[in-house]
Write a new protein. Structure first.
Lengths: 480, 134
């Protein structure tokens, strides 16, 4: 693979752009810049760097700044490099401006002479260090990744993730015009323009859970113009879920076919050009969640707390946005009291599902005890609310799936005022709720507030559990 | 299966003088330690407790505990010691219904084995819920 993408949180990007904005206005146009720390994602189908944090410079961190150039103080570079080594990150990224560049920007001969010297110095201290060098124009950016003083790889694309998703070229040129979508999707352009549709077609979108809600999300994505889907589920089709899994037949149930295979067969037969990769595995397992790194966007259609928590961790670690969709039927002996479908959006600098109250400590505790221990806790009787069967009402699931995909459309081409933490529909009161308050907010939450492995990519600890442990917590022992 | 985070915390607690051990029982990890009790109503000044540690600790937190048998409280059984009985290290342990309240749930990143042991100690103090059982 000869190119690499850079993924950055929208907040980091905006802070950086605000810091250097002085370069592009007024009469004294000086070069400005900053250094960041980067993680790395190196998988079969993807080469990406992720910005973990940006160390904004103080006055003493800049040795020289003027029209003629920018020189970072060696102590600033050393501090960033030390932090990178201490946290076992992949490398550092340097940003600097070219104040007179607007829609086009390129590295200068001075940059060409200095970057090799810098990577040589850094590699003397830590041979695995990578240096990503980015030069910023007013409305353009150009990047290259140095492995060795004599060798660099062109950076391809900057992916900005946050309140919406933006894809900017790192070639120093304006964005290329996007191709028109296939005629099939023409009429969706009233809501989503051709650029956003083309982008959707390029993205690899993962749907975790291929049951009652997941199959609907996958179907909607295919019909929206997604061309690369990944489906994750380890379960088989059974008679009891024929009413809610699209394309599933009694023959599939008789032959115990995997849900992901059935859905792949159905979606690829639509003729919409959507290719489906079926992953038959439990997302709790290390080797399965690792495959999620390939995705650019994730839909979580699971009904348990621990997978939701892992998807949040994955989202913050890899800076990959995640929409959790679900529906809840609340009732007591006297009848239904609430009927809710919802979609919650998780992304860098937004709340995790634990702070929003969707994932609770009690659920997490119970779900990761061994099956036998879970039964003992449940036998106490106090946790009946934790084991209530999750709703499997297709019409309710449809509304949740629809809300989730609408949020994705918005992220690619905004049409909402903002994306709330949760977009929820109460079907008892016919009320649409935009929930902006994280009701279980923890200002020290190590997932979404003070995550020590934020943007680490593969440089962080493995997510998930060993397969044997997952079996212990999800299945009763054969002898029982 | 002993979660790494639990192993680290147990090591730190031991270094600070706490007697605590991790055991694996059919794949389920338990932290074994001793806590002080008020005499009366309890019949001993210390009791051994076993805390089930979930596989996903410390992503998942702790809740409740098992009490090593036998014990007496006001010369009888305590109404909260009402769960299943398991065998660990040739002794019997009974699950105690001593859970975090909804308003004070486990806080990731703040609570740990040490804070949970303190939570468990609350059960053995002659205060709190005693009026319910007088």
């Amino acid at each position: 693979m000869t190119t690499v993408n850079l993924r950055i949180a929208q907040r980091h990007w905006e802070e950086l752009r605000a810091h250097v904005s002085r370069s592009f206005r007024g009469s004294s146009r000086e070069e400005l810049g900053a250094i960041g720390l980067i993680g790395e994602v190196h998988s079969q189908g993807k080469r990406e760097l992720t910005v973990s944090r940006i160390l904004m410079p103080s006055l003493s961190d800049i040795r020289f700044s003027g029209e003629g150039g920018l020189v970072f103080d060696s102590s600033y570079i050393r501090r960033a490099h030390l932090e990178m080594r201490r946290e076992r990150l992949a490398g550092i990224v340097t940003f600097h401006t070219h104040p007179f560049s607007d829609q086009r920007v390129a590295f200068s001969p001075y940059d060409d002479s200095q970057d090799p010297k810098l990577i040589a110095n850094l590699k003397e201290l830590e041979p695995s260090t990578k240096l990503l060098s980015i030069v910023l124009g007013k409305r353009s950016q150009c990047g290259r990744l140095w492995h060795e003083p004599s060798q660099y790889v062109r950076a391809n694309r900057l992916i900005i993730v946050g309140e919406n998703m933006e894809f900017l070229p790192l070639a120093g040129t304006p964005p290329l015009p996007m191709p028109n979508p296939a005629a099939t999707f023409d009429r969706a352009q009233a809501l989503t323009g051709s650029g956003a549709l083309a982008r959707l077609g390029e993205m690899r979108i993962a749907v975790v859970g291929a049951s009652g809600t997941g199959c609907l999300v996958a179907e909607l994505l295919a019909r929206t113009g997604c061309r690369r889907l990944m489906l994750f589920d380890d379960d088989i089709v059974r008679d009891v879920n024929l009413n809610r899994i699209l394309y599933a037949t009694t023959d599939d149930a008789d032959r115990r076919r995997l849900k992901v295979d059935v859905l792949k067969r159905g979606i690829e037969s639509l003729g919409l050009g959507c290719k489906v990769e079926a992953v038959a595995g439990n997302i709790l397992e290390k080797h399965v969640i690792r495959q999620l790194r390939e995705a650019d966007f994730i839909f979580g259609c699971v009904d348990r707390a621990y997978p939701r928590l892992l998807l949040c961790q994955h989202s913050f670690r890899y800076l990959i946005p995640y929409i959790d969709v679900g529906s809840e039927v609340g009732g007591d002996k006297l009848g239904i009291v609430s009927l809710t479908s919802r979609a919650s959006y998780v992304a860098p600098f937004r709340h995790c599902l634990q702070c929003t109250g969707i994932v609770t400590p009690r659920h997490l505790h119970l779900e990761s005890l061994t099956w036998e221990e879970q039964m003992r806790v449940i036998a106490l009787g106090y946790s009946e609310d934790l084991i209530m069967k999750k709703p499997a009402v297709m019409d309710l699931n449809m509304r949740a799936a629809s809300l989730g995909v609408m949020i994705l459309r918005h992220l690619l081409q905004p049409f909402l005022i903002n994306v709330p933490i949760t977009l929820s529909e109460n079907l008892v009161t016919f009320a649409m709720l935009s929930i902006d308050k994280a009701r279980a907010e923890n200002e020290n939450c190590d997932l979404c507030r003070v995550n020590p492995q934020y943007g680490y990519g593969d440089c962080g600890d493995d997510l998930g559990l060993d397969s044997e442990v997952v079996r212990l917590i999800t299945e009763p022992k054969a002898s029982q | 299966m002993k979660p790494d985070a639990a192993k680290r915390e147990v090591e730190e607690l031991r270094q600070r003088g706490t007697i605590i051990d991790l055991v694996d029982l059919n794949g389920q990890c338990y932290a074994l330690t001793a806590v002080e009790a008020a005499v009366p109503p309890w019949d001993s000044e210390t009791y051994e407790v076993a805390i089930a540690v979930p596989a996903a600790y410390d992503n998942a937190g702790l809740d409740g505990f098992y009490l090593r048998l036998p014990y007496k409280w006001n010369d009888k059984d305590h109404p909260r010691v009402n769960g299943s009985v398991i065998d660990i290290k040739s002794a019997q342990w009974k699950l105690v219904s001593w859970h975090y309240a909804d308003g004070k749930s486990w806080k990731r990143g703040q609570d740990c084995l040490e804070t949970h042991i303190i939570h468990c100690k609350g059960f053995f103090m002659h205060r709190g819920a005693r009026n319910d059982y007088r």
